[in-house]
Design a protein around this ligand. Structure first.
Ligand code: SF4
Ligand code: FES
Length: 490
């Protein structure tokens, strides 16, 4: 939708190919400065605009930083990478969704200045993530201190530490809280739970393919009631329990593990969920067993750490009820096998996955996903999801098909071996933590009073459940302060 003079973008809905979303979104409310058609149909014979955002376009909506401000940081304040721009302008400092766009603008401006765009991971490593992955693989080093001593400098930062934790996880496969590894993890991996806005955590047990037994539901319900946790069904077909205090996490997980649940890795840059429809088991239209395949895929790739989170969807027919094409890997059943789609995601820049291969058998599908994931894990940039990774691949999806199906790079044996090692070495992180007193020692709100809850937590009841108190409610006194047992005010 455009203003009456067709100069200002007011809004819009993209249907089908939504790849223009990332570049159009920051333009909303801004004067386009070129023929609007060129933004929407660059391949329709109309010359595309330079691909650059106008100065007034907001790139970072969290901190309200415009493209012009980022350019100013490069030209006037000497910033030469996204990290420096973040320090200067706060772009990318909150949710991080805009970092790739910031990087792109910095790259464009440096090119104009005749400077080389640095691919360095951060100020401590001159290597890109991909180069660092190869360096660690070839050198067989297994600790951060040895790696930074050999390939970097200084003591590391919040960029290189989690990146190396992820690389080491893919190559070595040690527990996230083992030895030096523990100090590399970011906030959520550090306690294997997602920190929420009030400092408490959410707990997400794995439910492969979205399946859960009635007995499992009862266990989850009882735990949520006993610990006064807010429960919600997630978009990934599982149950999230919110409001767990740090010292409660092992107690909650002990009960979940005893009931047969395991970590859902909702906190990790790793496989999250495999969403599925009910498929041929129940649905009148289903042509293949989508739940069975989803469970098989989820159990195969659980715990697989990657540059960013990974999601899969499996639909039992072309009606696509599992929305598989919005996932990193989408699988859709046909009368003659599985169609595999790659490179879809939601988030800041939504994108539909593209058809990668057709009519695959179960085994051929799994082998193709093995190789796709492992090749991505080895070569993607830090925090790069599969969608932009696919877009930036030299030669596009055809080149990727050649790597995966024709072994064009001669690395398929390597990729297969790496995935087999991952599958063989998988162990539930929470079950392993519960067996280890040294790892359990970190789950305390106060080091000198292990059982004392954080007294600043406050809750009110909404729709029959507790939620964190707002600042206004706290001031008005309508607040319940957390104790070991919470009385629910309805
Ligand atoms: S995608 Fe097809 S098989 Fe699955 S629930 Fe929808 S109609 Fe049924
Ligand atoms: S959009 Fe930039 S940090 Fe969130």
């Amino acid at each position: 939708m455009l203003s009456d003079d067709a100069q200002t973008l007011l809004g819009g809905i993209l249907i089908g190919d939504a790849s223009a979303y990332g570049s159009l979104r920051p333009l909303v409310g801004a004067r386009l400065g070129a023929d609007p058609v060129a933004y929407l149909m660059p391949s329709g014979g109309v010359e595309a605009p330079t691909g650059e955002l106008p100065d007034e376009a907001v790139v970072c909506s969290c901190s309200n930083v415009t493209a012009g401000r980022i350019r100013q940081a490069v030209h006037d304040e000497g910033c030469t990478d996204a990290g420096a721009v973040k320090a200067c302008t706060k772009a990318g400092a909150t949710c991080g969704s805009c970092v790739l766009m910031v990087k792109k603008i910095v790259g464009q401006e440096l090119t104009k200045l005749g400077q080389t765009v640095s691919n360095a991971l951060c100020e401590h490593f001159d290597l890109s993530r991909r180069q660092l992955f190869d360096a660690v693989r070839v050198s067989e080093l297994t600790t951060f201190s040895a790696i930074i001593e050999r390939f970097g400098r200084g003591r590391g930062c919040d960029i290189c530490k989690p990146a190396l934790a992820s690389i080491l996880s893919a190559l070595v496969g040690a527990h996230v809280l083992d030895g030096e590894n523990a100090s590399l993890q970011d906030t959520n991996d550090h306690v294997m739970a997602n920190m929420q806005k009030d400092g408490t955590y959410s707990v997400v047990p794995r439910m492969p393919g979205g399946e859960v037994t009635p007995a499992g539901l009862v266990v989850i319900g009882q735990i949520a009631e006993d610990f006064a946790l807010y429960t919600k069904i997630t978009g990934g077909q599982r149950i999230d329990m919110f409001g767990a205090r740090l010292e409660q996490l092992p107690l909650i997980w002990q009960r979940l593990v005893d009931a047969g649940f395991e970590s859902g890795h909702a906190y990790g840059k790793s496989l999250r969920t495999v969403k599925s429809c009910v498929g041929s088991t129940w649905c009148r239209f289903g042509v293949l067993d989508s739940v069975g395949m989803a469970v098989r895929l989820e159990l195969r790739y659980r715990g697989l750490r990657a540059p960013h989170k990974l999601k899969i969807g499996v639909s039992g027919c072309a009606r696509e009820c599992a929305e598989a094409r919005s996932k990193d890997v989408g699988v859709i059943a046909t009368e003659t096998g599985w169609n595999m789609y790659v490179g879809g995601n939601g988030g800041f820049t939504p994108r539909h996955a593209e058809l990668f291969a057709s009519d695959l058998s179960d085994e051929a599908l799994i082998q193709a996903i093995d190789r796709f994931f492992m090749y991505y894990i080895r070569t993607a940039d830090r925090l790069q999801r599969t969608a932009p990774w696919c877009e930036e691949l030299e030669g596009g999806l055809d080149a990727l098909r050649a790597v995966i199906f024709d072994d064009a790079l001669g690395i398929c044996v390597d990729l297969d071996t790496a995935m087999t090692r991952h599958v063989d070495n998988y162990e539930d992180e929470w079950a392993a933590t519960l067996r280890d007193p040294a790892k359990l020692a970190r789950f305390r709100s106060f080091v000198n009073a292990a059982d004392v809850p954080d007294p600043s937590l406050g809750y009110v009841a909404t729709r029959g459940q507790l939620r964190p108190v707002t600042a206004e409610e706290r001031e008005s006194g309508a607040v319940m302060i957390a104790g070991t047992t919470l009385e629910v005010r309805r």
